[in-house]
Design a protein around this ligand. Structure first.
Ligand SMILES: [Zn+2]
Length: 343
């Protein structure tokens, strides 16, 4: 896909977080206009589901249902969920280190789905925020299920133009179910101004280190800059849905970071991810979905949920020549170690 033209010309390109100027306001207005265009573009591309192309569609639309708790979900949705779960291989013990259960795509089936997954033996889920509202929704969800944990942060596609929003994250870091700062990082696929992205990423890395929380990092087509900032701040954490080379992976591993592997590894064009799975030490692998996006084969393009990690784990087991049980067990231990979750 071609990149979008730069639609944020109202900005001076150098503004730091915390400086609210007329230029910033113009940029903010522009940003929201650009976001609408991205959403429209993404909607039209959704059916094609080109690799990660639609991953972040409508990321900022926090579900009302997730904010307010359970919806009136009918018996029909319970039946629908049962059908979704019946087709799965054994998913007991799986820890999904990266999900977005506040997403409106789960409206109507969220509660029966999560109840079905946890009662079926799923070990845990970290559901990630992308802005203040979705971070609050993540925390609300984490308090409804024992095995659900929250990450709070601003995704690079959801950056507000000034600092007060950033300080709104601070109380959320204190919640007992908050286990990480995320999803944060850099995304150079979309044309979102780089200085703004870097400023917010850095600010949130500082927050995480101060709060002694690990980070959940999004790096899309920004491997060099992401690595440089991780080398500078040396947080604990995971680079989720890792899409870089073996060389970049080695540099991240040197920093003690974990790498998240999701449904992409089951795709036919997953050569780089397969190479990384071959070399990744077993104590640094995290399984993830990024659901509702990036469902693994044979469900590619369908609604993704944590139970489908069974297919991702099976593919990684095949690549590494070990049992799927070993992959599931080791990666769950890794997630609990990183997020400091007691057994
Ligand atoms: Zn994500």
């Amino acid at each position: 896909m071609n990149k979008q033209p730069n639609e944020r010309t109202g900005s001076n390109g150098e503004k730091a977080v915390g400086v609210e100027t007329a230029a910033n306001k113009a940029a903010a207005k522009d940003k929201f206009a650009a976001k609408d265009k991205i959403t429209a573009k993404d909607k039209s591309a959704a059916n094609a589901e080109k690799s990660r192309g639609n991953e972040n569609t409508e990321r900022n639309k926090t579900s009302k249902a997730a904010e307010t708790g359970k919806t009136a979900e009918s018996e029909n949705s319970a039946e629908e969920v049962q059908k979704m779960l019946d087709v799965l291989p054994d998913f007991r013990g799986i820890f999904d280190s990266h999900a977005h259960y506040d997403d409106e795509k789960f409206d109507g089936i969220r509660a029966p789905l999560l109840e079905g997954l946890f009662s079926g033996g799923l070990s845990g889920i970290v559901t990630c925020g992308c802005d203040v509202d979705s971070s609050k929704a993540a925390i609300a969800l984490s308090h409804q299920y024992k095995g659900m944990y929250a990450a709070v942060g601003f995704h690079p596609e959801n950056l507000p133009p000034h600092e007060p929003e950033l300080s709104a994250l601070l109380p959320l870091l204190e919640d007992e179910k908050t286990v990480a700062v995320g999803e944060i990082g850099l995304d150079y696929y979309w044309d979102i101004e780089k200085p703004l992205q870097k400023a917010w990423f850095e600010a949130q890395l500082v927050f995480a280190n101060r709060a002694e929380l690990p980070v959940i990092v999004h790096d899309r087509e920004a491997h060099a800059d992401t690595l440089a900032l991780l080398q500078k701040y040396k947080p604990r954490g995971v680079v989720h849905c890792f899409s870089g080379s073996v060389e970049t992976a080695k540099e991240l591993l040197k920093l003690g970071l974990y790498l998240g592997v999701g449904g992409v590894v089951t795709f036919k064009n997953a050569r780089k991810t397969v190479e990384v799975c071959e070399m990744l030490p077993s104590d640094r692998l995290l399984l993830e979905t990024d659901c509702p996006y990036l469902a693994p084969a044979p469900f590619r393009g369908k609604l993704c949920h944590s139970g489908l990690i069974a297919f991702t784990a099976a593919r990684i087991a095949e690549i590494r020549g070990v049992t799927v049980e070993k992959i599931i067990k080791t990666s769950a231990e890794n997630a609990k170690r990183l997020f400091k979750i007691a057994e």
